[in-house]
Design a protein around this ligand. Structure first.
Ligand code: B3K
Ligand code: ZN
Length: 912
């Protein structure tokens, strides 16, 4: 009897039931209007909801109306203004059932809620004395009883009444209709949102907020007021978000033909927020970390994140709000597409190659791990226990890769025609992934039949490629086999359809060739787009003038693992001569990975001659790269400095862990350290040169600006610094000390701090500690900077990290109910301090499981996310795997597990 798209599971409920896609049926009732009145008081909030209901004539509707509700105190129920006797309805901890109501009626429900004690940060809650909401996915049911499902779209009006002194600013979706004074020093504001929307896009804010205002004239000449609301102390940190918003609005008009629809666009920054931001119609609510940006307090990376998240939420106005999702299984319809859109935007605003490298890096480490772990699910899942657990890298990032593959197959023009058709056809509706694919097919004439498997099959496909060179015929034969490992509930997989972009590379660059296969398309500049559809396929490239190195999966054209037996010298050739930045970076990662693998099987990088030789060859190649970019007066901007920084950086632990079936993390760590020491010794002099020249060049560019070129130079400079401080040469310590002491921007200051804190030299310790203390004194009043300070310390792999983390948990700056603080310190330790988190005695796991148990009832979403490193337990060798499993069991044995934690823990343990 529960409605199939909600499937609410109350916190603490003993049975957590699953909801299935196959059970979807349209709603029994529609809500044409939702008129809300909020009376905010410090001890409670009263919500008066008037719902204009209409039975869905198109379905064989159940006689009763079933509304979802959680943690609500029901005061009264009225139908058409007549208060109903309590025996005419049923209410329990997750729903209100009205027996056999009329076909059309107005239902008025009065509920009381307690935002001040709502630490879950879902529904209406207080963030540092400011009321705000988070309703996606199922938070609205914590505000009032409702058909809390995305296919019920309604016109909302919202009247908010609150104390004028404490809450002078009252906001909701849409346009301000009217406002006035009320009794007892209170005031009110009424907002009307003319666009129909599902309840998950509802928002309310009440607080003492300052505001920055600007405006944007749309392509059709309409003026839109843009307002960013923050605490008054943060008014000097809004310019970048505002500029990013205007850039995004313009970009979406140009690239997707999408214009903004309301007269007002508001962003509110709050300090207590479970994720990055939320795209509520006309009233986005943002984590402060994704809005505020000032050169003194935020890094280049933070600037870029603000730009990306502001754009992402703005793009949702079309991909998510105007066209929303039919049910939560379709989440990737809005999220995958919107991530694809924001990634394209960021690529246009910054270094496109580096954006690609960053995205692929995240995908290959964290998303691939998810795809291969116990929570593995297709981008359109078939069931869930708690939908909050499915806001995953798979839905977002792999979802975006799937859209990207469609874009490659169709080409930019046909893809645009498809997206136009999709928006036109489904405007004002709740759509499905299938609707999107059909629109793409209809507009392009392209058959996406087999391609649909990306939506239903989980797991990361594996490509095993082989190349064969026929010198006499000048012919290179490429054979690719594809497979996909079993994932929970899916033993057998059918072949995927995917674009594999390839080229053939020689010292001189890309070679001309021809290929007469129907599944190969010659693109501009000697690249081929291969269409891989079978479990095994072969292509012959002829007319080659010399033996090539295969450059495969260019631009990371499909989200797969590629196995190919590259010889070390082939990889160096790709680093040197390929014109695809992703491939050059990937080749350096592969080279380093080969070194680590060989080290683990005995070809030690320091002790064996062959190992030394192999490191030296890589060092030579990297050193040439740095020398090419450096002219006498600094870095030549025609060489992408940001990409160079990525190429010289060693692979992350997350990536390396993914490459082994059975992970001995401490052996990997030892290998990486050897590589670090050998390479930094070899590259020391070129890096010092590079560092000094970049420093001077940046100085000559004047004041800090978050421009792509400047960001690139700082990235390379600080990558060199991090390298140099790990080179065991104490004469280089002063570089970081001086940079810290003289820094006029947070990128330089925090990079120097991090370099010092991670410096393995004993005599660095005092210098590091002194800067750690000074940093805190300087920035203790800046919450976001304090978060960076917590992370730098938590991520330091110097001995004793756990003790430092425990001490910081008692520090005045730490608040264990604020997700940003918990992520900075606890996730900072568990996800960025891999060796200490995996300490032999299990103490890292113990810390994490205790925190998960503490947060389980307070903030289940945060608890469940935090626990994700433990879900990977089966990948590790003993004793790690056993200790991790024991920690999971300890969580599983806890009473009153939230649905969020219950789902992740049980699925992780079942997989054993
Ligand atoms: N749509 C929101 C995410 C909501 C998460 C709810 N647990 C942010 C975004 O993707 O834009
Ligand atoms: Zn989103």
């Amino acid at each position: 009897m529960a409605d199939v798209t909600s499937g609410a599971v109350a916190v603490g409920s003993p049975v957590s039931q699953a909801t299935y896609l196959k059970d979807y049926r349209p709603p029994d009732f529609f809500i044409d209007r939702t008129d809300l009145e909020f009376d905010l008081f410090n001890d409670k909030t009263t919500v008066n909801a008037h719902l204009t209901l209409r039975r869905n004539a198109a379905v064989d509707a159940a006689p009763d109306l079933i509304l979802a509700g959680e943690n609500l105190h029901l005061v009264s129920v009225a139908i058409n203004n007549i208060i109903q006797p309590t025996d005419s309805y049923q209410v329990n901890h997750q729903q209100l059932v009205i027996a056999s109501p009329p076909d059309q009626f107005i239902l008025s429900i009065v509920t009381e809620i307690d935002p001040a004690n709502n630490l879950s940060l879902e529904g209406l809650y207080l963030s540092d004395g400011m009321y705000c909401t988070q309703c996606e996915a199922q938070g609205f049911r914590r505000i009032t009883y409702y058909l809390d499902r995305p296919d019920v779209l309604s016109v909302f009006t919202t009247k908010i009444t609150a104390d004028l002194g404490q809450y002078p600013v009252l906001l909701s979706n849409g346009n301000l209709d009217s406002q006035g004074l009320a009794d007892d020093g209170r005031h009110w504001a009424k907002w009307i949102d003319p666009f129909k929307k599902p309840a998950y896009l509802f928002a309310l804010v009440a607080g003492d907020l300052a505001m920055v205002e600007d405006s944007f004239t749309t392509v059709s000449g309409r003026q839109v007021a843009l307002k960013i609301y923050v605490e008054s102390k943060d008014l000097n940190k809004c310019d970048h978000a505002m500029q990013s918003l205007k850039n995004a609005m313009q970009w979406d008009e140009k690239v997707y033909g999408r214009e903004y629809d309301l007269d007002l666009y508001m962003i509110v920054a709050v300090d207590f927020f479970n994720m990055g931001a939320m795209e509520n119609k006309g009233l986005n609510i943002f984590n402060t970390s994704c809005v505020l940006a000032n050169p003194l307090t935020q890094t280049d990376m933070a600037f870029q994140r603000v730009e990306a998240v502001v754009a992402h939420e703005y793009f949702h106005n079309w991909s998510g709000n105007r066209v929303t999702c039919r049910d939560w299984f379709q989440l990737s319809l809005k999220e995958g597409f919107t991530v694809f859109r924001d990634a394209s935007f960021s690529a246009d605003m910054n270094s496109a190659t580096v954006k690609r490298v960053e995205d692929v890096s995240l995908l290959r480490s964290a998303q691939f791990a998810e795809d291969g772990g116990p929570m593995s699910h297709p981008i359109r899942p078939e069931s869930y226990i708690e939908i909050s657990n499915f806001y995953t890298l798979t839905i977002y990032e792999k979802g975006a890769e799937v859209i990207r593959m469609m874009h490659q197959f169709l080409g930019a023009d046909k893809f645009r025609a498809g997206s136009d058709l999709y928006f036109d056809r489904h405007d004002g509706e709740a759509a499905t992934c299938e609707d999107f694919i059909v629109a793409m097919e209809n507009a392009s004439g392209y058959d996406l039949g087999q391609f649909r498997r990306w939506y239903s099959q989980a797991g990361t496909p594996v490509l095993d490629a082989e190349g064969d060179w026929d010198q006499q015929r000048g012919c290179y034969t490429l054979k690719i086999q594809q497979s996909c490992p079993a994932t929970p509930g899916q033993d057998q997989k059918l072949p995927f359809s995917m674009p594999v972009k390839v080229a053939l590379v020689a010292d001189s660059g890309l070679l001309a060739a021809s290929c007469n296969s129907l599944s190969a398309q010659l693109l501009d500049g000697n690249e081929f787009l291969l269409s891989l559809t079978d479990s095994e396929q072969q292509w012959q490239f002829t007319g080659l003038s010399e033996k090539p190195v295969a450059s495969l999966l260019r631009g990371f054209s499909a989200p797969v693992k590629l196995n190919f037996h590259y010889q070390p010298q082939d990889l160096l050739q790709l680093i040197d001569a390929d014109n695809d930045g992703f491939i050059r970076w990937d080749a350096s990662q592969r080279y380093a990975l080969q070194l680590v693998q060989k080290h683990l099987t005995g070809e030690q990088m320091i002790d064996s001659a062959a190992g030394q030789q192999a490191v030296k060859a890589l060092g030579l190649s990297l050193s040439q790269l740095l020398q090419q970019g450096l002219s006498g007066r600094g870095w030549d901007l025609s060489f992408d400095a940001a990409l160079t920084a990525e190429i010289i950086r060693l692979p992350s632990y997350a990536y390396l862990i993914e490459q082994f079936d059975s992970v001995d993390i401490h052996a990997i760590s030892e290998a990486i350290e050897c590589l670090q020491i050998s390479l930094s010794a070899q590259l020391k002099s070129v890096m010092v040169d590079c560092y000094q020249q970049l420093r001077q060049q940046l100085e000559s560019l004047g004041e800090y600006q978050p421009l792509a070129d400047h960001v690139a130079l700082r990235s390379l400079k600080n990558t060199c610094l991090a390298f140099l401080l790990r080179s065991l040469d104490s004469s280089l310590l002063h570089l970081a000390e001086t940079q810290f002491d003289l820094a006029n921007n947070m990128t330089d200051q925090s990079s120097a701090l991090s370099a010092l804190v991670n410096c393995p030299l004993e005599n660095a310790e005092a210098a590091a500690q002194q800067r750690v203390d000074r940093f805190y004194q300087q920035w203790s009043s800046e919450s976001l900077v304090v978060n960076q300070w917590l992370t730098v310390q938590a991520a330091s792999d110097k001995p004793g990290a756990l003790g430092r983390v425990r001490a910081l948990m008692d520090h005045e700056a730490y608040d264990n109910t604020n997700p940003n603080k918990v992520r900075a310190l606890i996730a900072g330790f568990c996800m960025r301090n891999i060796t200490q988190f995996h300490a032999q005695d299990g103490s890292g796991y113990e810390l994490l499981s205790s925190e998960v148990i503490r947060l389980n009832t307070l903030n289940p979403q945060l608890a469940s996310r935090l626990l994700s490193p433990l879900t990977q337990w089966q990948r590790f060798k003993t004793p790690q795997s056993e200790l991790m499993q024991a920690s999971l069991q300890r969580i599983a044995d806890t009473e009153n597990l939230s649905a969020d934690v219950f789902e992740v823990v049980t699925k992780s343990l079942v997989a054993s």
